[in-house]
Design a binder for this molecule. Structure first.
Ligand code: NDP
Length: 291
């Protein structure tokens, strides 16, 4: 079994991006990070994004509206960032408070600044295999991890667990694309799938993104499979200072010995998500005419 080390692959990518930014003429790329309220996971994700941006030479602008912000006020803020010539990329951290329609917010971000890749146009470009769009960061990070680990999906059965707009659907579309590294035969499973284990057992490459701690057990995995664990779940752990530990959607200890390759949690897909956000921000800066 070989561990796919997301920390190491992400740090190689970050070094490449730092060199790319250093060589960019003119203004450095600028990323606006909007975090509504104080959700603890969001606080840590946005802090990490800000820190990585600084490491690469991407300017970040963090905007922290209160949890009581109305949808109209959030739209007005996004409109302002859309119109700001100094901002290349906009990320609105999810989850948003319940009174705000998240998909409507994703649609409000101008497609050319939508470095999160959740705008309708950018999701559509993934289906159309149009490289001018932005691919959502976690799915893009999964594809990059696979490519940099030498895993070619061509002709292989890729089973995706989960059909969210953020991970499951876009990663399934990417695996399906008719291009080098992809060309997989894709099955998507969700909560209404019957006989789920019979499907996951057929997977040459299993991508688990359901948000259920250690859901995928050894009996659900084909020996020799590549397993990508997207899940980040907090489970209570009294032995930790924080009172919790992070586990994936895969029961790592029992599944790992079966696999040819597997990503750990933490240290697998997570670091790639942030690196891909930076890559998208640099792309946005390159694609926008700069005065
Ligand atoms: P969502 O909750 O939006 O989607 C979960 C999906 O899993 C849904 O499609 C749901 O089915 C399906 N599902 C849930 N329970 C089951 C079950 N028992 N059997 C089969 N399918 C099931 O989650 P996300 O896609 O946003 O996130 C998934 C996980 O990935 C989470 O742990 C999240 O924290 C993590 N994540 C990690 C990221 C990273 O950077 N590493 C980034 C984003 C997410 P249905 O559609 O039928 O409800």
């Amino acid at each position: 079994m070989q561990l796919i080390d997301g920390n190491q692959i992400a740090s190689t990518l970050i070094a490449e991006l730092r060199a790319e930014v250093a060589a960019l003429p003119g203004r450095k790329p600028c990323l606006a990070l909007v975090r509504v309220g104080e959700d603890p996971a969001s606080v840590s994700y946005v802090r990490k994004k800000e820190k990585t941006a600084a490491e690469i030479g991407v300017t970040s602008r963090v905007i922290l509206p209160p949890v009581t912000i109305s949808q109209a006020e959030l739209f007005a803020l996004i409109d302002q960032l859309n119109a700001d010539p100094d901002v290349d990329g906009i990320l609105v951290q999810s989850p948003l408070p319940k009174h705000i329609d998240e998909v409507a917010v994703f649609r409000r971000v101008a497609p050319e600044k939508d470095v999160d890749g959740f705008n309708t146009l950018n999701l559509g470009k993934v289906a159309q295999e149009d490289d001018t769009g932005f691919v959502a960061c976690t799915p893009a990070g999964i594809m990059e991890l696979l490519a940099r680990s030498g895993v070619d999906l061509k002709g292989r059965h890729v089973v995706v667990l989960g059909r969210s707009l953020i991970v499951g659907k876009p990663v399934a579309l990417l695996a399906l694309q008719k291009r080098a590294g992809a060309n997989g035969t894709v099955t998507i499973c969700h909560s209404a799938t019957t006989n789920l284990a019979a499907l996951t057992r057929q997977a040459d490459v299993l991508i688990a993104a359901i948000g259920r701690p250690e859901f995928v057990t050894a009996d659900m995995v084909k020996p020799g499979a590549v397993v990508i664990d997207v899940g980040i779940n907090r489970v209570a752990d009294a032995t930790r200072k924080t009172g919790y530990r992070l586990v994936g959607d895969v029961a790592f200890d029992t599944v790992a010995p079966l696999c040819s390759r597997i990503t750990p949690v933490p240290g697998g897909v997570g670091p790639m998500t942030v690196a891909m956000l930076m890559r998208n921000t640099i792309k946005a800066r390159r694609q926008r005419p700069v005065a």
